[in-house]
Design a protein around this ligand. Structure first.
Ligand code: 5AD
Ligand code: SF4
Length: 455
């Protein structure tokens, strides 16, 4: 199917991806499939024959922005009626959103959800062959629940230094605020041999950092025939020669085992940076969120990790203003972040998602008040990060050089604990350093900026 869409005519495609790394990884597959069908990928929408909008549904403001951007395509479609406009991703797994696209965005020709990603070439071919576009017919695949794993889909990677490798798809946790289990379906893991060989090939091809992806990586292996868990998978991908880094996202604290911490501590390549979303620091709210751990259990695993892993840095996700959360309860989140001292936080104001348990709960606190709470939290976190950053001054870190800034001779790299560092080398041909590991001394550390020099 991939090949049969090819013609001699030069065709262009745009893939626009929103949301998390999982979605970026899906976007790389969409691009890979398009390239195999003979399309040239571009960012120039004006000359595109196909535009694919790969959507995110995690919060309302993400959806609003995406709807705005889909709306803006109307003008292009008018100019070029043969252009195919496709919408896919998490938003297109929800009834109301599908209805809205059907009704208010008549220029969207093709819609398919996260479960139909592998059918993308087939659907495009169908549109081209049957002249669906000319007849103004639309294809909407809006109720497919195929949860098989398809290996071998071509991937066009966005970078040359860092690569995403999904290890599992879907989520069975049903945190009461979260739409992901509804739009991404049940948990399913890739076979370990497929993951290990993908990592091996990436390393052979010069990639230096592998990010293992899953909505809940700690559940890896649960539904596989082979007897394996995430800690064991980490051991296997840690086994290759040469200098490289392994990261993973996202961990659920309820499944973060001591075995996992031990593997990170003993590993050669796994970054000593642990993203462990806590969401909030009050036990009543954690229960309402259906997180299945208490603040004490969270602090316990963090304590163990800090003891076991030298120079560990922790990061987390926080939701402020869950329905019914009281100010005193929110203050316990502040107390927790002071106690743990995360290096960085991803913070969100609660956003109700249709179909989730929390969306039906009374939510008396205003958005304005929640924003004030968030500001209070950010101020506390800023002080913690600033302190951590200041401590780095004068010290030497191993940095992976990832890119060069666009107009200056400045290199951008990343430390093991996931902080970005700017380096201005004396050499002029600095492109050659991209993809290399370097020892860098921090010469400047202020706010969120770290600058350093090669040593
Ligand atoms: N509202 C706000 N934040 C949310 N997240 C997930 N769902 C919601 C929601 N409905 C946040 C959580 C999660 C991160 C990816 O997004 O903190 O860990
Ligand atoms: Fe957004 Fe979640 Fe879908 Fe990722 S999995 S794109 S965060 S809704």
């Amino acid at each position: 199917i991939l090949k049969s869409g090819k013609t001699n005519e030069k065709k262009f495609a745009v893939v626009k991806t929103y949301g998390c790394q999982q979605n970026v990884s899906d976007g790389e597959k969409l691009s890979g499939m398009l390239e195999n069908m003979g399309y040239f990928l571009t960012e120039d929408e004006e000359k595109a024959n196909i535009i694919v909008i790969n959507t995110c549904a995690i919060r309302k403001n993400a959806e609003n922005r995406i709807f705005g951007n889909i709306g803006a395509l109307k003008r292009l479609k008018k100019k070029n009626p043969n252009m195919i406009i496709a919408v896919c991703g998490c938003m297109t797994e929800q009834k109301d959103e599908i209805k809205k696209i059907k009704k208010s965005y008549p220029f969207v020709d093709l819609l398919f959800g996260t479960h139909s990603l592998n059918r993308f070439p087939e659907l495009i071919l169908k549109m081209l062959k049957s002249k669906v576009i000319k007849n103004k017919n639309r294809i909407f695949i809006d109720n497919e629940k195929d949860e098989k794993i398809y290996e071998g889909i071509p991937v066009k990677r966005t970078g040359k230094v860092k690569a995403f490798v999904p290890v599992m798809y879907g989520c069975d946790n049903f945190c009461s605020y979260c739409i992901v289990p509804y739009v991404r379906g049940r948990e399913r893991s890739r076979k370990s041999e497929d993951i290990v060989s993908e990592v091996e090939k990436l390393l052979e091809n010069g990639y230096k950092e592998i990010m293992l992806l899953g909505q809940n990586v700690n559940s890896y292996g649960k539904n596989l025939e082979e007897n394996i868990n995430f800690a064991e998978l980490l051991r296997r991908v840690d086994n290759f020669q040469g200098e490289y880094r392994i990261r993973f996202m996202t961990s659920h604290p309820k499944d973060a085992t001591r075995e996992l911490i031990d593997v990170i501590a003993e590993s050669k390549h796994i970054c000593k940076n642990f993203h462990l979303p806590v969401q909030c620091g009050n036990n009543r709210i954690l229960k309402e969120m259906n997180r299945k751990y208490t603040k004490e259990q969270y602090l316990d695993i963090v304590k163990y990790a800090k003891k076991k892993i030298k120079n560990l840095s922790l990061s987390s996700d926080i939701i402020v203003g869950f329905p019914g959360e009281k100010y005193e309860e929110f203050k316990e989140t502040i107390a927790l972040i002071k106690e743990v001292e995360f290096i960085s936080l991803f913070t969100f104001i609660y956003s109700p998602r249709n179909g989730t348990y929390a969306a039906n709960l009374p939510d008396p606190i205003s958005k304005k008040e929640k924003t004030e709470w968030l500001m209070e939290l950010l101020k506390v976190q800023e002080e913690i990060s600033f302190k951590e950053y200041k401590n780095m001054k004068g010290k030497i870190f191993r940095v992976l050089i990832e890119s060069k800034s666009e107009n200056e001779n400045i290199l951008l790299g990343r430390t093991d604990n996931n902080l970005t560092m700017e380096i201005k080398p004396e050499e002029t041909n600095v492109e050659n350093f991209i993809g290399e590991f370097k020892n860098v001394e921090v010469t400047y550390a202020s706010g969120r900026t770290l600058k350093g020099r090669f040593v």
